[in-house]
Design a protein around this ligand. Structure first.
Ligand SMILES: Cc1cc2nc3c(=O)[nH]c(=O)nc-3n(C[C@H](O)[C@H](O)[C@H](O)COP(=O)(O)OP(=O)(O)OC[C@H]3O[C@@H](n4cnc5c(N)ncnc54)[C@H](O)[C@@H]3O)c2cc1C
Length: 417
């Protein structure tokens, strides 16, 4: 089958890989000059089946109100973004009800566990090096009540093969000595089954495997629409040409709904802006060894070779990709609060800031499946979990395109839901 994949981020490349491996003739169209130049460029790096729960946990509305108007808050809604996000926003709040949140978490956790197994298999087969860590993650809590709640919730993860170890301050510092000077540490959960790594480097490495398997990449080409013939997509129109294919997979992340709208398909994916700071920590002998998530600082950090990546903040501001220095520096400040030793290494010339748009659905589950045309499919809407879910999503999408039965239930991710 000739398949055209739109988008060269994590979802486009993993989809292309699994299709090519199954013997299909695959081409990828990407508007940037290379792979992973969109949201997959500099994310927090966490591959965490233990944290596959959507952000809109019960109590989301209260948190949104608490942070209103604070420029350096981890969660910010810009008033001018409200009209465009009204329908999406109401569904987002609706899905924060406890039973919805539990169901969405379960679906994502299953996909995340599947995804990490595929990622490990690829790493073992091709010897990928993407500055990965494979020794688990620490979820650290300053608030004792939040810690107790998370420890209770973590019991449910055991059924997915994700045991957690509860740690007190001494146990935390033994696991991660770089936290010894950190402020309040009420407790932590250690998840040995989690990983982290540089999503950009992984995408490049898998892209090379794709090329070796015959995938053709067309960079610098922007998809502008589709030619439709009855219930089928006859052609993909770009700024350069019209391409025909037996099947088309839309993996345009945050930019997926704009294109789908052109063929009368409404997809609820909203851009949620986040920031990262990548710090050159070469020479810091006491640098963190484990990825860490902190509950009140709302920051996640991952060691990446001689770098430390810190990321966080969620801003509802539409498709605005301007880097706001206040919000970018708030991420670095949170990381230095977590690791006071970092301050000595975070001189301005050693820090690179980045901002990206998380492609968020209201229920936090990605959209993977057929759209309302016989040969048009989607693999998008992974929010803040795209790196954790990438390989599993690519495998699911490839199976659905080929009409094969997926290894895990794809129904929770159906775009028709
Ligand atoms: C600050 C931050 C931290 C994050 N941390 C984590 C984390 O720790 N763990 C985790 O699991 N996830 C994390 N994520 C989420 C993760 O990065 C995303 O879910 C993932 O990168 C989405 O991948 P994608 O392939 O769907 O989208 P993208 O990577 O954005 O790929 C879409 C591609 O489509 C291209 N494109 C768009 N429009 C067109 C067009 N018209 N024609 C051609 N090409 C086009 C773009 O250039 C882009 O390359 C984080 C995100 C952010 C912003």
């Amino acid at each position: 089958m000739r398949v055209t994949v739109l988008g060269g981020g994590l979802m486009g490349v993993t989809t292309a890989w699994f299709l090519a491996r199954d013997g299909h003739d695959v081409s990828v169209i990407e508007r940037a000059r290379g792979l992973a130049e969109g949201t997959s460029f500099a994310n927090a790096g966490l591959v965490t089946p233990s944290s596959a729960d959507p952000w809109n946990a019960p109590g989301t509305l209260t948190r949104l109100i608490k942070y209103l108007g604070r420029e350096d808050s981890p969660l910010l809604v810009r008033p001018r973004a409200l009209p465009a996000m009204a329908g999406w926003g109401l569904k987002f709040l609706w899905q924060s009800r406890a039973h919805h949140h539990a169901r969405n978490t379960e679906a994502n956790t299953r996909l995340a566990v599947y995804s990490l197994a595929l990622q490990r298999a690829l790493r073992a087969e091709f010897g990928f090096d993407y500055d990965e860590t494979t020794k688990g993650t620490l979820q650290v809590f300053a608030d004792p009540r939040a810690f107790e709640g998370a420890a209770r919730d973590s019991e449910r993860l055991k059924e997915f093969g994700l045991p957690a170890e509860s740690l007190d301050r001494g146990g935390i510092v033994a696991r991660e000595p770089a936290l010894k000077d950190s402020g309040e540490l009420a407790g932590a959960l250690y998840f040995p089954g989690d990983e982290s790594g540089d999503a950009y480097a992984f995408t490049q490495a898998l892209g090379e495997c794709c090329k070796a398997a015959g995938v053709s990449f067309r960079f610098g080409e922007t998809v502008v629409g589709f030619d439709v013939d009855g219930g089928r997509i006859k052609g993909v129109r770009t700024n350069r040409r019209i391409t025909t294919a037996d099947a088309v997979v839309v993996a345009l992340g945050t930019w997926t709904p704009g294109l789908a709208r052109g063929i009368g398909t409404k997809l609820l994916i909203y851009p949620v802006k986040g920031y990262s700071a990548t710090i050159d920590i070469d020479g810091w002998n006491a640098a963190p060894r484990l990825p860490v998530l902190h509950d009140t600082l709302k920051v996640a950090t991952s060691p990446m070779g001689t770098r430390l990546r810190a990321a966080g903040t969620a801003e509802f501001a539409g498709y605005n990709t301007v880097l706001n220095p206040v919000r970018a520096q708030a991420v670095l400040r949170a990381a230095t609060t977590l690791f006071p030793g970092l301050a000595a290494h975070a001189e301005p010339h050693r820090v690179r800031y980045w901002t990206g748009l998380r492609p968020m659905t209201p229920d936090g589950r990605p959209l993977i499946g057929r759209l309302r045309f016989d040969n048009l499919f989607v693999n998008a809407g992974h929010g803040g979990l795209g790196w954790t879910l990438a390989c599993g999503s690519g495998r699911l999408a490839a199976d659905i395109v080929a009409g094969k039965a997926p290894e895990i239930d794809s129904a929770p991710f159906s775009p028709d839901r």
